[in-house]
Design a protein around this ligand. Structure first.
Ligand code: COA
Length: 175
């Protein structure tokens, strides 16, 4: 369990997959996540996540974002140990929990973990150009825009730019 100021990141259990799928059913999450996971059946999702949840895939980690006892979202961490890179995806699944600083606290928490405990060099993610809230959240956490994947995403029938954002360990320490 990783503790932030306002949230905790608790490792996923198999029972959490059902909740994740409910969150994926929210059109706002679906637009923001833009990954195939969001459209999988419960059985497929569970099959895909099982190795990470059971600790058999040491490069992939799923966390439930908890505010007190309440699960409010999910964070996916993928480690590239060879390059010392950490990639994340995040969703705050409970609509009323968004825009309250919980997403940025979850990111601050995972940054502390990957830079301080895992000695990663770079944390990065991809978001959509049409997700200003996500971009604002990541910029608040110190991530910089580093590139554009031109029309790489496909959302609601439209090709949208992907934005790569990142922060290096020295930048994180200098904040
Ligand atoms: C994106 C997400 C993870 C951010 O988490 P969060 O807890 O809502 O974010 P925070 O409250 O920490 O920060 C959001 C910031 O965006 C701002 N914001 C909200 N809507 C905005 C908009 N349309 N344009 C610009 N900024 C916006 C908020 O005011 C806040 O900034 P502030 O603290 O300066 O006021 C969450 O909203 C979410 O999961 N959304 C749906 C799924 C998604 O988009 N996932 C991201 C995939 S890359």
């Amino acid at each position: 369990m990783l503790h932030g100021d306002r949230v905790a990141l608790r490792p996923f259990e198999l029972d959490d997959v059902a909740r994740l799928q409910v969150w994926f059913d929210d059109p706002e999450v679906r637009l923001g996540w833009d990954d195939e996971e969001a459209t999988r059946s419960r059985a497929d999702l569970e099959r895909e996540m099982r190795p990470a949840i059971m600790g058999e895939d040491h490069e992939t980690h799923w966390f439930v974002i908890q505010e007190g006892d309440a699960p409010v979202g999910a964070l996916h961490l993928h480690l590239d140990e060879h390059h010392h890179n950490a990639e994340i995806d995040i969703l705050v699944g409970e609509a009323e929990a968004r825009d309250r600083g919980l997403g940025s606290d979850a990111i601050e928490t995972i940054m502390r973990y990957v830079f301080d405990e895992l000695a990663c060099h770079r944390l990065w993610l991809i978001t959509s150009a049409n997700n200003p809230r996500a971009i604002r959240c990541y910029e608040k956490c110190g991530l910089q825009r580093e590139g554009v994947l031109r029309e790489a995403g496909f959302q609601a029938g439209v090709h949208v730019d992907g934005i790569i954002m990142s922060i290096l360990d020295r930048e994180w320490r200098q904040r």
